[in-house]
Design a protein around this ligand. Structure first.
Ligand code: NAP
Length: 260
């Protein structure tokens, strides 16, 4: 399917690996030129080269921490007029509600709520003027169904979700579409680390921990970055113009609900 976005330009935050890379690959496959971002320059450069070689699109990199003002300014300087913005960053650490003080809360709010909001604030006026834009925020299934140990994520990401709910409805008439995409468990480095810790805590092999985790999901597995990227690319496509302020959950059916 031609997504109708060949020649458009996208910023994809936190995209040298995992879900961000999955989105970058599928946008590149659709013919979108990319500005990729991550903190580690070597990995980012390798990803950018692989994507440029494979899909023949232009790819530039900004090796910065997107959760800092310096990082965001560098991204905006490299690509001041993106047609597509994909917001992403690492998630807050796990823990317990009783351990988190002001410092931890401010960091989570900055990284997973304020950072995407500030990037939207910077980029939306240009999209409105050009009468076309797509913004997709990678949040988490924890927005719909809380993960107790990820209270910082549950809360900060719901703040972003609230902002998107109202703002998406203000900008849609200008051809600017904002949605959120909610990953459940996907096979990435992040979940690999989680499975390693679970295996160690239970005294079992990583393969056994993986088999247990897969068995808990109705699909019998975790999702892939490729599947995630394809759904995300559709939400950034020409055909997503009537999908406004939605929260698309990709979790293999793990969230048990009759509707939505
Ligand atoms: P991942 O495999 O660990 O990849 C994270 C990517 O983001 C890397 O390219 C990393 O590169 C980059 N990154 C991290 N922090 C950054 C920062 N501050 N500035 C710029 N780049 C940054 O993680 P993932 O599994 O794709 O997860 C992506 C997001 O989805 C996270 O917020 C995660 O909490 C959320 N999520 C994931 C899952 C899942 O199952 N995978 C489920 C729910 C929610 P550098 O380290 O070099 O910066």
């Amino acid at each position: 399917m031609d997504l109708g976005i060949k020649g458009k330009r996208a910023i994809v935050c936190a995209s040298s690996k995992g879900l961000g890379r999955g989105v970058a690959e599928k946008l590149a496959e659709a013919g979108v030129d990319l500005t990729l971002n991550a903190r580690t320059e070597a990995t980012l450069r390798a990803t950018a080269n692989e994507i440029a070689d494979k899909y023949g699109v232009k790819v530039q990199i900004v090796a910065e921490d997107v959760t800092t003002e310096t990082g965001r300014n560098a991204l905006l300087k490299a690509e001041p007029q993106p047609d597509i913005l994909v917001n992403n960053a690492g998630g807050p650490p796990a823990g317990n509600w009783s351990e988190w003080g002001e410092e931890e809360w401010l960091k989570a709010i900055n990284n997973n709520m304020l950072t995407p909001i500030l990037l939207m604030n910077a980029i939306l006026p240009g999209m409105i003027e050009r009468r076309w834009g797509r913004v997709l925020n990678i949040t988490s299934g924890s927005v719909k169904s809380p993960i107790s140990s990820l209270g910082l994520s549950n809360a900060a990401r719901n703040g972003l979700t609230g902002f998107v709910a109202g703002t998406s409805r203000q900008v849609a008439k200008h051809g600017v579409i904002i949605n959120n995409i909610l990953p459940g468990s996907h096979d990435t480095d992040r979940t690999k680390g989680f499975l390693e810790r679970t295996a160690q805590a239970k005294g079992i092999s990583i393969e056994a921990a993986r088999a247990e985790a897969y068995a808990e999901n109705p699909a019998g597995r975790y999702g892939t970055a490729e599947e995630f990227g394809a759904a995300a690319a559709f939400l950034c496509s020409q055909y997503s113009g009537f999908i406004v302020g939605q929260n698309l959950l990709l979790d293999g059916g793990a969230y048990n609900s009759t509707q939505g």
